[in-house]
Design a protein around this ligand. Structure first.
Ligand code: GLA
Ligand code: ZN
Length: 689
């Protein structure tokens, strides 16, 4: 395990700050001066600026106005804060849409958008690319030596797709290259004989459309791949002047969790640091720990995108949002807990949307550090400032990472294919939710997990879990075989090994290329109505030592064991006594197959047993009450254990005999840790066992 450098070694502290829009307040200079005072008071040190400033920066085509930004950059520097400086392409000036309509995005129905909103440019348009390059070049030239410049924030939440003629042509060019100019190869990959969809010329191909082609799954998949490719291509165009002029300034673009429109794994190599915007809807019911686990999954995904490198929590709300159904306030303690949760999973920053509530337009009621009252005497400001103090204490944690022995495969292309397929059930296929359920078993056990995709290297883990691996791509079948052969434990579930990377079914028996390693043949799969369940009975004396019965719901795979041993069987229906859980010895390792969709109780028992037998490391080797999560970051020498209370009650936790230093209370503790409702402790072991 290594210790990573700070995101920019110029700032070896935790970055704390938020999206700052001083351009909305330029006619009220006293507000900006007040911001500077408040930034310090809030213990903030990194402000994201310029995200939507294009019109202020270039009010007329080719006429630039940087004075206001010079002033802000200088003021930030004078006040010991850094700039996370954005390129402004997330929204564009009206003059540009008016003069060059090609920059406007075309919807899947082929209707061109009017000017408005944001995030709606055509990512192929040469005009838009050129305009982006010009403004980015100017920004880089102007601020390359400015001491406040810390990180480039590329655009904002790239997303969506454009179906204009320029994009159609680019799509066809991309396909030509992908299929080596062989249209027949494309027709075969897309199985276009079906419904007479065969293409006889490249220019017959169009992007999927609600009033056109929608049911050629290979086309849909390739279109999604193209959208990712083209967005990255647009981003590379944005990055070019920045990397050329300011090679030492790291660049990131803010992701949106598991947003389905873009495969974030493909972006990672082009970015110096990963960042994401996290908006969990806390306090919907009393079960914060269920959401806590789901968000932890996404933090782990973001850390895993660059192989464990610390990431940035680029946006989060200090209080509420303005777009969720109910704008509920974060309860006292939740802001610090949810922010430190990101840190526990590998974030080296805590940043917000937004610094100050705007006065007008659609985000004026979105949570902010500074409210419309304008002063610091608010509950939210106090929590933010207190968190800033805590982050200062946590400085030794910077650059440490998470050493996971377990990986869960969560793959974007697999998600696309499962969502697009017609079969099994229309609703509740729940690929992502299923991955998160498997994850939760480990979250409950305080076991660190990486979230990887099919292109990732899995050889270093002890346990690899691939829920619903419907599609097989990226050579994952071979990687799984050699992983198991070399002693790894692999777990697959129902609905795996069904199609190849073009969404073409494997012939000769499912789970296709995983059949050998799993030692089973899946003959059919039964979909149950939501009100139905089927019993699962563990086989007496099974080597897992699990005795209880369980329930299957929604999906029951009807398999035959070929070389696997049967650990559990169905109890009901016409498949009574057919295998429901198997394990196949493979080389030095093992491959389990869970044939049914289970509830949490089964996953908890199953993974507790497996993790125990593999001696998988926990963040802290004690049993924690329900709703308490422990995570650990390490730099190879020191370990920082975060213990987080996702319940609304005070919790007394037995942390064992070892002695720890608590960074938050700045005291030494052993045996007992008391955590307030939504409380957190960050511990470092002070003695060796
Ligand atoms: C996104 C955007 C921000 C803001 C927030 C509101 O994350 O990037 O500009 O609109 O949502 O929650
Ligand atoms: Zn376009």
């Amino acid at each position: 395990m290594k210790k990573y450098d700070p995101i920019n070694p110029k700032a070896p502290q935790f970055l704390h700050g938020g999206d700052y829009n001083p351009d909305q307040w330029l006619n009220m200079p006293s507000i900006i001066d007040e911001d500077m005072r408040l930034i310090k008071l809030a213990n903030c040190n990194a402000m994201s600026i310029g995200i939507f400033s294009w019109t202020t920066l270039e009010p007329e085509e080719g006429k630039f106005n940087f004075e206001w930004l010079d002033d802000i950059m200088d003021k930030l520097h004078k006040n010991d804060a850094f700039a996370v400086l954005a390129t402004p392409t997330g929204a564009r000036p009206a003059w540009m849409s008016q003069k060059y309509p090609e920059v406007l995005r075309v919807a899947p129905n082929r209707i061109r958008n009017l000017h408005g909103r944001r995030h709606n440019h055509c990512y192929t348009s040469p005009v838009y690319r050129e305009k982006a390059k010009v403004i980015n070049t100017k920004l880089a030239e102007r601020y390359k030596s400015h001491p406040a410049l810390l990180i480039w924030h590329i655009s904002n939440e790239y997303g969506g797709e454009c179906h204009c003629d320029l994009c159609q042509n680019a799509f066809i060019e991309w396909l030509r290259e992908k299929y080596n100019h062989d249209l027949d190869a494309l027709n075969k990959a897309w199985w276009t004989k079906f419904w007479s969809h065969t293409y006889t010329a490249w220019d017959q191909i169009e992007s999927p459309a609600p009033h056109g082609e929608l049911y050629v799954h290979g086309l849909n998949l390739d279109w999604k791949r193209f959208v990712t490719h083209q967005t990255i291509d647009f981003m590379k165009n944005e990055l070019e002047p920045l990397k050329r002029i300011t090679p030492g300034i790291p660049a990131t673009t803010n992701f949106m969790g598991t947003y389905k429109g873009l495969n974030y794994f493909k972006f990672a190599p082009y970015l110096d640091v990963i960042s994401w915007d996290s908006y969990p809807q806390w306090h919907v019911d009393k079960k914060e720990y269920l959401l806590g686990s789901d968000i932890a999954f996404v933090h782990d995904l973001n850390r895993s995108l660059k192989g464990g490198k610390p990431f940035m929590l680029m946006e989060s709300t200090p209080s509420m949002t303005n777009w969720q159904k109910i704008a509920k306030l974060k309860r006292p303690g939740m802001h610090i807990l949810s922010s430190l949760q990101a840190v526990a999973h590998g974030s080296d920053t805590v940043q917000y949307f937004q610094w100050r509530k705007s006065r007008g337009s659609s985000e004026k009621f979105h949570g902010a550090v500074v409210d419309h009252c304008g002063h610091e005497n608010t509950r939210v400001f106090n929590e933010v400032s207190k968190l800033g103090e805590i982050l200062k204490q946590l400085r030794p944690v910077i650059g440490s990472t998470v050493d996971a022995e377990v990986a869960i495969i969560y793959d974007w292309e697999n998600a696309w294919a499962i969502d697009d397929m017609q079969g099994l059930r229309k609703e509740g296929r729940d690929y992502e939710a299923t991955c998160k359920m498997h994850y939760k078993a480990f979250w409950d056990l305080s076991i660190p997990v990486d979230i990887v995709d099919m292109e990732s290297d899995i050889s270093k883990y002890k346990l690899v879990i691939a829920p619903m691996l419907y599609m097989i791509r990226g050579g994952i079948d071979k990687k799984i075989e050699s992983f198991a052969k070399n002693g790894g434990t692999f777990v697959a579930t129902y609905w795996s090994g069904i199609v190849d990377e073009n969404d073409l079914c494997f012939l000769g028996g499912f789970p296709g290329p995983l059949r050998n390693v799993l030692g089973i043949w899946s003959e059919e799969i039964d979909s149950l109505h939501n009100s139905e369940t089927t019993g699962i009975q563990m086989i007496e004396g099974n080597p897992l030592g699990i005795e209880s019965d369980f329930e299957a719901c929604q999906l029951c795979d009807l398999i035959h064991s070929e070389s696997a041993s049967i650990l559990a069987q169905y109890k009901d229906d016409f498949y009574k006594c057919r295998p429901a859980l198997t394990v196949n010895a493979f080389g030095k390792g093992k491959a389990y197959y869970i044939a049914f969709r289970s509830k949490m109780d089964f996953l908890t028992r199953f993974y507790t047993t497996i993790a125990g037998s593999l001696k998988i490391k926990k963040a802290i080797d004690v049993e924690l009450p329900l709703g308490i999560s422990a995570q650990v970051r390490t730099d190879g020498i020191k370990e920082y254990v975060f213990i987080m209370n996702f319940t609304n009650e005070i919790q007394e936790i037995n942390i064992g005999k070892k002695e720890y230093y608590d960074f938050i209370t700045r005291s030494t503790i052993n045996n007992k840790l008391s955590l307030e409702s939504f409380g957190v402790a960050v511990l470092e072991k002070t003695t060796n066992p």
